[in-house]
Design a protein around this ligand. Sequence first.
Ligand SMILES: C[S@@+](CC[C@H](N)C(=O)[O-])C[C@H]1O[C@@H](n2cnc3c(N)ncnc32)[C@H](O)[C@@H]1O
Length: 228
Amino acid sequence: MKITNPMSSIEIFENERATNYNQFVETWIPNYHYFLDRLPKLLSNTNTKELLVVGCGTGNEIERFVKASESWKITGVDPSPEMIKQAKDKLQNNDRITLMEGVVAALDEKKKYGAATLLLVLHFLEDNGDKLDLLKAIAERLAPGATFVMLDITGDKTQIQQNLKVLQQLLPDGLDPEQINNRLNRIENELFAVSEERLTELVQEAGFEKPLRFFQSSIYMGWLTKKK
Ligand SMILES: C[S@@+](CC[C@H](N)C(=O)[O-])C[C@H]1O[C@@H](n2cnc3c(N)ncnc32)[C@H](O)[C@@H]1O
């Protein structure tokens, strides 16, 4: 379900999409766990260990940071009530973690974080100002020099089509062929992936340095940049 409000466009995860989320990512995003597990290492040089996890969903990123080091203080924000509830059930008894249902634009702009992540969110937003608004809202809440990590479906039409074939080969055995087709169609025709060049433009326009593509698993690319 998509909601557009004056503050931002939101992709709500609810019902089975929320309850089956963790199993879904396991199936559909090869190497996702590798990416998650290495995130704390990637951000280990951060001076101010205050992390903003945008679109934290069920808390997958936050769990890794809590396990990795005692020094991180983490704020997770997500607009889907059923996703943030799962995160709360899993993580809320930890005084280093703050979890908020809502959008990043609602967070106090005076508070500046030392790093931020945005994993598997941007491709749900259209490139009609919505992607840029979200990136700007994140940039406005980061200290200069803060590291920002993204994971997103990225590529031009041909690249996405070619990488979807690779993704299909990497899927676990035994999945329902109709489900596979539906999902591949949805990725190609209903999500809003942009090319590497366009993503680079958006990130820079939002107030970050030129991003580096440091990771790729089929259609999913990992990007690293810093707040200017
Ligand atoms: C595919 S899940 C990713 C969750 C988590 N980052 C992970 O990697 O497991 C996408 C999440 O983005 C959230 N979301 C949707 N629209 C958003 C927006 N405009 N700003 C921030 N998060 C959003 C959804 O509620 C959902 O929990």
